[in-house]
Design a protein around this ligand. Structure first.
Ligand SMILES: [Zn+2]
Length: 531
């Protein structure tokens, strides 16, 4: 018998939640060469200790598989942070303070570019250029509205764009007159954005994700990081279907996929944006939206791809080995996506498919069981399943009571045997899985914990919510063979929390991550871990 080679790392004395049904709970884990070599009691891993083994005393805190995000825009979220980011400030004074601070910190930038302001912060919803001129008179400023449908600019920006009182009113195209003068991010800025996105997700215990922006800018940044050995996360990029081109675009995606298999990077997903959102009636519905009086209109929203083209795109992408990720909000979009997956499965040879439908805000009850039957992963963004202004004022009145009850049906999907994966859609919503898990479990926002639960029968257990953010997301990301559970032989992608997540009374959003490991190496570590 040969002596055991000692572990590089032992984590012991913890509440280890493995997400592995063969051994759901343990006390300790040993890691060697980037892999988990033992899971068990403190005594079990004791024999793996050597003189140079690092020991982390968990002191009853939870150890989980690293979180994975099934739908995130990490590079553009990083870009928001690199630019003048107004999110989180909530009135004009707070915006101006941020702008002054940013301009002072970035003296070399020719333009001040950023965004995130809300119309509600200004009288009549429209900010004035004079406010900006007073704080940044010498450089052009261009700041996007939070919903992306307007910009706030100063006089210098108007001057550079050649806009004055004689310019004809371009109505809807007004922002384009300025934006074509705004410098595009440089390659270095895209790289910096990807690094920022990666660092933020690691800070939150996330070790892998599916990137759903998937343009060449995002993918190129990841590829460069991977080539330089800087990509510590596992990133699976969903390349983005171009709405105004046909299936011939798949050849370029396949070539890019083959060039992007570098280090921890893969690009073998295809993202199709199938409809819009309910709040502006662009989500595709089976039955029309209601008007403000509750009467049916004739508007059933929009499908961005006609069903015939959608089926052709999915069938061909499936045949080329892509795993397709469809954005579907309304019940008509969900049904069309399921139909397209069903048709592709019937016409193409059998293979291991990880197709998914993301957002799934409204699912017709007749379609619920089709996810499990077709093997399509339900990809949910649980943070949205709450009573808030967007839901109560902009959604429920226009759906009516019956369809209101069909929203974010995570509990129902699990009862049909569907596979559930969770994601954040950051920067649309918080990237923090613990906040999202709290909503999945309570259907109440962590920001307003005394509010009424939204469709409480669709709540899921903490165990199921953690599984959707670990093994479920790993499955849709194609990483479940190597990650997603704490199992001997798998890669040591792990997260340590600051408390026992499963202790009675613990609210998940109160917990935070103290240590994130990728293949046993820390990619984030809080000093409080050893404190
Ligand atoms: Zn998204």
């Amino acid at each position: 018998m040969t002596a055991l080679r000692p572990a590089d790392l032992v984590l012991r004395g913890g509440a280890v939640h493995t997400v592995d049904p063969a051994r759901p709970r343990a006390q300790a884990v040993a890691v060697r060469g980037g892999r988990i070599v033992a899971v068990g009691t403190d005594a079990d891993v004791g024999e793996h200790m050597g003189p140079r083994t690092r020991v982390v005393e968990l002191r009853g805190r939870t150890l989980l598989p690293g979180f994975q995000d099934a739908h995130v825009h990490a590079v553009t979220a990083g870009l928001d942070r690199l630019r003048c980011d107004l999110r989180g400030a909530d009135d004009a004074d707070a915006y101006l303070a941020r702008i002054v601070e940013y301009a002072a910190a970035q003296p070399e930038r020719p333009w001040i570019v950023g965004g995130g302001w809300a119309m509600g912060a200004f009288p009549g919803g429209t900010p004035d250029r004079g406010l900006l001129d007073a704080v940044v008179p010498d450089r052009p400023v261009c700041l996007d509205n939070r919903d992306g449908h307007g910009v706030w600019v100063n006089s210098r920006a108007l001057e550079l764009a050649g806009i004055d009182r004689h310019t004809p009113d371009p109505h809807e195209g007004a922002t384009a007159l300025v934006e074509r003068h705004v410098p595009q991010p440089t390659e270095e800025e895209w790289l910096a954005s990807a690094r920022l996105g990666q660092a933020e997700l690691h800070r939150l215990g996330i070790t892998a994700w599916q990137e759903t922006s998937g343009y060449e800018t995002d993918l190129g940044a990841y590829r460069t990081l991977a080539e330089r050995g800087e990509l510590t996360a596992r990133v699976v990029v969903a390349q983005r279907w171009q709405r105004h081109a046909g299936p011939e675009q798949l050849d370029a995606f396949a070539a890019r996929r083959d060039q992007s298999h570098v280090g921890r990077l893969r690009a073998d997903r295809l993202k199709i944006l199938l409809d819009g959102v309910l709040e502006n009636f662009t989500g595709a519905m089976l039955e029309p939206y209601l008007d403000v009086h509750g009467s049916p209109t004739t508007n059933r929203g929009l499908l961005f791809l006609e069903p015939v083209l959608l089926r052709e795109a999915v069938r061909r992408a499936d045949g080329l080995g892509f795993h397709v990720h469809v954005h579907a909000i309304g019940d008509r979009a969900v049904r069309e996506a399921l139909d397209a997956f069903e048709a592709a499965g019937a016409s193409n040879p059998a293979r291991d498919r990880r197709h998914t439908i993301a957002h799934i805000q409204v699912i017709h009850p007749a379609d619920l069981a089709r996810f499990a039957a077709l093997g399509v992963v339900a990809n949910g963004q649980p943070y949205w399943a709450v009573h808030d202004r967007q839901m109560d004022e902009l959604t429920i009145p226009f759906l009516g009571p019956e369809r209101t009850g069909w929203q974010y049906p995570f509990g129902s999907l699990l009862r049909t045997g569907a596979r559930l994966a969770f994601g954040s859609d950051w920067a649309v919503s918080t990237p923090n899985p613990l906040e999202e898990i709290e909503v999945a479990v309570r259907r109440v926002s962590p920001d307003d914990r005394h509010a009424a639960a939204f469709l409480p029968h669709e709540r899921i257990t903490l165990r199921a919510a953690v599984e959707a953010f670990t093994l479920g997301a790993a499955y849709v990301n194609g990483l479940d063979e190597e990650t997603g559970t704490i199992t001997a032989g798998k890669l040591a992608d792990l997260a340590v929390l600051d408390r026992d997540l499963f202790a009675p009374g613990t609210l998940p959003a109160d917990a935070r991550v103290l240590l994130t490991l990728v293949e046993g190496a820390p990619v984030f570590e809080d000093p409080a871990l050893e404190g």
